[in-house]
Design a protein around this ligand. Sequence first.
Ligand code: HSE
Length: 440
Amino acid sequence: MKPIQVGLLGIGTVGSGTFNVLQRNQEEIQRRAGRGIEITMVADLDVARAQSIVGPDVKVVNDARQVIANPEIDIVIELIGGYGIAKALVLEAIAAGKHVVTANKALLAVHGTEIFAAASAKGVMVAFEAAVAGGIPIIKALREGLTANRIQWIAGIINGTTNFILSEMRDKGLDFDVVLKEAQRLGYAEADPTFDIEGVDAAHKATLMSAIAFGIPVQFDKAYVEGITKLGAADIRYAEQLGYRIKLLGITKRTAHGVELRVHPSLVPAKRLIANVEGAMNAVVVHGDAVGTTLYYGKGAGSEPTASAVIADLVDITRLHTADPLNRVPHLAFQPDAMSDVAVLPMSEVVTSYYLRLRVADEAGVLAQVTGLLAGAGVSIDAVLQREADEVGGEGATSTDLIILTHDTREGTMNDVIAQMQGLPSVLAPITRIRKEELN
Ligand code: HSE
């Protein structure tokens, strides 16, 4: 049978990896897919560089619309990124009856509802395994492997840049700014790292996992997003002394009142496997009612790891494109007419536990005042750590750090009590609050 023909929009790191892996493993991929899969056309602004990657047999153009307009092309891979031209091209490809494979988490997290609706109306597939955790087949796992389960929660290290920075901060005892510069020098962080370090990239991915896990629309605008820029080496050290590591987690959870969807730094018990995921690696923990806790680990970025996910989608589409659209796996795991409208909870309604660090005057009664406010708000304390003032501020220091771990508390309650504690004259600096996830 004639190979299925693929058009590639954008041949950067992931695109060239996709081309190379498809070529290298074509015989095995064909045995799996039941049919050859060939990239026959590429659009890239740098035509000469693109042509040097794919060789003379592949047609290279600088206008993506020529790929979309080509009637021979069955599948379009979008690897341009961003919301602008990528959105227009994906919608045009769908309108032209092409199946689409994309790694564009930002596009789907923000415009997924429109894009999936357009694809369903046209009877084409939009596949996006590469959009979440790179080479880890987490979309496949959530959408198919765990389909028997009522998924209860997901917690993932889904941004390699920030995990690399946090690992270096812990290993070397350095502050965020120093490690970010080093990460940029080594190519682990982009020149403009905003989306990574502010948690936005992780929130895009968490949004997609949340939709698939709970059968709700993609709702990036409802996600709570907090990055790692304010974390200090001191907090990482104190967390370690208390038996925890600090990780940037993307969390989504089913509760009696709605769905939690949040990205923020979290203390995780050092004994959990996910707490030991270091460097640029990714990992996702999924808890289902039948299966219990499962863990998926691997490279979340990079040329061939991401290509691995893109090609898995190409194989899926090749196997299924002749199937009745109603018999395919739904884009968001649940049938479009069976989606739930359960609300994403505001952060003030989230219930979790907390690490608090207070710089306090080292004098009588301070601990009692602080714990008194917590008791008054009904917040139960799990552990308290106070260092000697000399150890924190040097000989003769008159202030010290007071670290408190709490039991589960509603975030709104914690906000109120932090504001009250901040008003105490003996609290000398802004209070640091980091959420804590036991993941058990
Ligand atoms: N920038 C991402 C990361 C990879 O650092 O994990 C692509 O989403």
